[in-house]
Design a protein around this ligand. Structure first.
Ligand code: HEM
Length: 401
């Protein structure tokens, strides 16, 4: 593989700590950006929401040129595993894989989880109250979504440290990374994650339950609906997507509230605002900053033609701050923003986030209880960001209560 400088990582920590000034610059100067590494990056709301709905491919195997090709080759078996997930399939396979799990993620099915989510949040907040201070990532933002997705799958919570470590590496495959050493560590993490998930599946086969994993195993045993490798890949995807995203909503959202005390006070005064506040927090600091599509025919944006076989990054994090769409206050947090729900944080089109209702529930309950429980919540040190371009959020969030 030839080594290509990583144009986004080259921007460094200033960028990953706060990418919004760079995105603002990009939208103004080069909204249809052709990267030297061969991918294109769309950053305006108009172009991002259009490309997500344009029926392009989501399968990176359709990429024919650019450094991204080398990235996927270098990922080896891990790349092959991701290629079996619904995220990287087009219809009809995408429809088949997604339909096996949609039932448990509908708004109604998710609403039934509210009592359990509330219990988990309150237990976490009890521990914070006892200690008087905490790293809110470790205390709430990570364990809540991890426990919820583990319970939905029917998996034991005791693998959390290992899964957290591995998935923290694996998510780097979802952003442009061209450093061979990083890619090799991602590939190794993928192999380890597959081995772990295979063990969990074997245990579940011996001891089935009333859970999502048992249902997926039944679909696999049925023969036609799901292969064994596909089963493993969907479980890895759900495991990762179930917590690597919502952790950023809860932790990043809390940072946004603490940095905007007027807004936090408004939320305290009016808890009825929490639903819209979650939408605005999703917009203001997107837990997932990018998703991608691959052209299989020429695709024209603002008069520029993107050739077939090109990896196109739809930068939802930037679209969510586009002043052309949101108006001059796009960079401000306004929890009562009337059209906040029009953010593109969950993507759009056939791949629109399967877990959106679940993420919204977890976010709403977490913010509701946190704000009510701790009237004196404040920072207890500096926020440390996780240094990622895509699944970006705080790695450490020290607070005092
Ligand atoms: C897909 C964001 C939480 C499961 C996606 C996509 C985005 C996204 C941007 C790609 C959409 C596209 O390309 O059009 C988020 C955010 C979350 C979150 C911001 C939290 C705040 C979750 C949760 C789960 C989940 C809790 C559940 C387990 C999935 C799955 C896909 C997906 C399975 C692939 C869907 C498909 O390809 O059809 N998510 N997500 N997500 N998400 Fe989420």
């Amino acid at each position: 593989m030839t080594e290509t400088p990583d144009p986004i990582a080259a921007l460094g920590a200033d960028f990953t700590d706060d990418p919004y000034p760079a995105y603002g610059f990009l939208r103004a100067a080069d909204p249809v950006h052709e990267s030297a590494a061969g991918f294109w990056l769309l950053s305006s709301y108009r172009d991002v929401s259009a490309v997500l709905r344009a029926g392009l491919s989501s399968n990176p195997r359709n990429v024919t040129h650019g450094a991204v090709l080398g990235q996927y080759e270098r990922l080896g078996g891990t790349g092959a595993m991701f290629a079996r997930t619904m995220l990287e399939h087009d219809a009809p396979d995408h429809t088949r894989l997604r339909s096996l799990v949609t039932k448990v993620f509908t708004r109604r099915a998710v609403a039934a989880l509210e009592t359990r989510v509330t219990e988990l949040v309150d237990a976490a907040l009890d521990r914070v109250a006892d200690a008087g201070r905490a790293d809110l990532v470790d205390a709430l933002a990570f364990p809540l979504p991890f426990a919820v997705i583990s319970e939905m799958l029917g998996l034991p919570p005791d693998s959390s440290d290992r899964v957290r470590e591995l998935s923290g590496l694996l998510v780097r495959s979802q952003e442009p990374v061209f450093d061979p050493a990083v890619l090799d560590s991602v590939a190794r993490a993928g192999d380890a994650m597959v081995a772990l998930v295979r063990e969990l599946i074997a245990a579940k086969r011996r001891d089935p339950g009333d859970d999502l994993l048992t249902a997926l195993i039944a679909a696999e045993q049925d023969g036609a609906r799901l292969t064994d490798d596909e089963l493993v890949a969907q479980v890895v995807l759900l495991y990762i997507a179930g917590h690597e995203t919502t952790v950023n909503l809860i932790a990043g959202g809390t940072v946004a509230l603490l940095r905007n005390p007027g807004q936090l006070a408004a939320l305290r005064a009016n808890p009825g605002l929490t639903g819209n506040a979650v939408e605005e927090l999703l917009r203001y600091d997107s837990p997932v900053q990018q998703t991608r599509r691959i052209t299989t025919a020429p695709y024209t944006v603002r008069g520029r033609e993107i050739p077939p076989g090109t990896f196109v990054i739809a930068c939802v994090g930037s679209a969510n701050r586009d002043e052309e769409f949101w108006g001059p206050d796009a960079d401000q947090l306004r929890l009562d923003r009337p059209d906040a729900r029009r953010h593109v944080s969950f993507g759009a089109g056939p791949h629109h986030c399967l877990g959106a209702a679940l993420a919204r529930l977890e976010g709403r309950v977490a913010f509701e209880r946190l704000v009510r429980r701790f009237p004196r919540l404040e920072f207890d040190g500096d926020v440390v960001w996780n240094g990622r371009v895509n699944l970006r959020g705080p790695a450490e969030l020290p607070v005092r209560v």
